[in-house]
Ligand binder design. Sequence first.
Ligand SMILES: Cc1cc2nc3c(=O)[nH]c(=O)nc-3n(C[C@H](O)[C@H](O)[C@H](O)COP(=O)(O)OP(=O)(O)OC[C@H]3O[C@@H](n4cnc5c(N)ncnc54)[C@H](O)[C@@H]3O)c2cc1C
Length: 420
Amino acid sequence: MAQDTTAPEDLDSFRLRARTWLADNLPRIAQGTAAMDLQESQQADPTRARELQRKLFDGGFAGICYPKEYGGQGLPREHQRAFNEESAPYEMPLVFNIPTLSILAPTILDFGTEEQKKRHLPAILRGEELWVQFLSEPTGGSDLAGVLTRATRDGDVWVLNGSKIWSSGAFRSDYALCLARTDWEAPKHRGLTMFIVKIHQPGIEIQQIMMVNGMREFCQEFFTDVHLPAENVLGAVNDGWTVASRLLYHEREAVGGGSQYVSGMSVGARSGPMRDLADLAIAKGRAGDARVRQLVGEAHANDAVQRQLIERIGASIRLGVLPPPAGAIPRLYGGMNSVRRSSIGLDIAGADAVAWADDDSPEEGIGTFFVMRQGSCLGGGSTEMARNIISERVLGMPREYAADRDKPFDQVQRNRMPSR
Ligand SMILES: Cc1cc2nc3c(=O)[nH]c(=O)nc-3n(C[C@H](O)[C@H](O)[C@H](O)COP(=O)(O)OP(=O)(O)OC[C@H]3O[C@@H](n4cnc5c(N)ncnc54)[C@H](O)[C@@H]3O)c2cc1C
């Protein structure tokens, strides 16, 4: 690949160019719109987000940290951060951020063939492809190397059978990265392969799952003799664990808040459960209450720690001071902070957050966010798994015992064994 030797555009001139372009091209968010509402409406129907992503692409602001040869801008992470700051008051295609731009496209960048990269990365940056992760299964998500969904080689194609679950946004997506078992005689980490799966094709049935807060974002998929062309293998056959580990690294970065590939946050729209808790205390007439002031202070301190942690751990990984699994540290802290923040919101809003009238939307947001709070400690791998990673792969403590580690997978005892 030819090396691009041109120096990146000066940060100040890039920021100014972005500011002017955003003002001329993107709609401003209406005052008081919740970032979460914006995200939820894009999740239900991504048509608008696809159009916005196309605008970014045409304007030269899509994929700021992606290489130019795949449709990106080839700029450093500081430029993406400046763009995120400038784009805060504007409507951005947020639904593209996780997992498409920050997890799956970077994994394709790391492991894709030249053809796979040229086929998918520019299409993603143009807003034409939304992606989803087909990793977790009904029999367990934490034990990712224990997947039972299988792909069997049949001439030129692989035939996929099984089921995946908790896939965020599968119903609105175009492609997935899917981890499947391809060798049942190898130990569990060595018989897996990662596939690129076109979602809307014969043999794939998607069911949306209704969550306790009314969301229908999660899905379960059922695969019956789905045909995958041999060139859809990402990485090497039976080396899917290497690809999955890298994907999980990108996921920890994204979920922990440190990904350079996240584009825009529309933070200018903060309200609802994400609104500033000081504003909430004022709105509830509780700003003078010493306990409430303490809670607001705690939430702000927690946020400050999280921001610093993202910066420090991210920089240490990039400099090689810490190993890549250290990305589990901000991911762990982010999950815990999110749970704590939802409890603080509930404490400040009081009874208004558990029973509300239709026009009390901020209180409703706090209540529904609270019932979903554990999600932030599960998505992207649970906080318990993050603790395991930190102890084993960052601190060098002994590995957790696993009875199935080096055993051929077809000899591992489990409750349910699918037919092969
Ligand atoms: C918001 C959100 C988005 C998600 N999006 C996706 C997606 O797009 N695609 C996808 O494939 N999956 C997705 N998931 C699923 C997620 O990856 C799984 O929920 C997660 O991996 C945990 O798996 P599980 O739910 O099967 O829990 P289990 O693995 O059954 O675990 C249950 C509990 O036991 C703990 N536990 C399990 N094993 C150990 C151990 N060895 N040591 C200590 N504790 C342990 C877990 O940490 C957890 O607290 C999403 C989940 C959420 C909440």
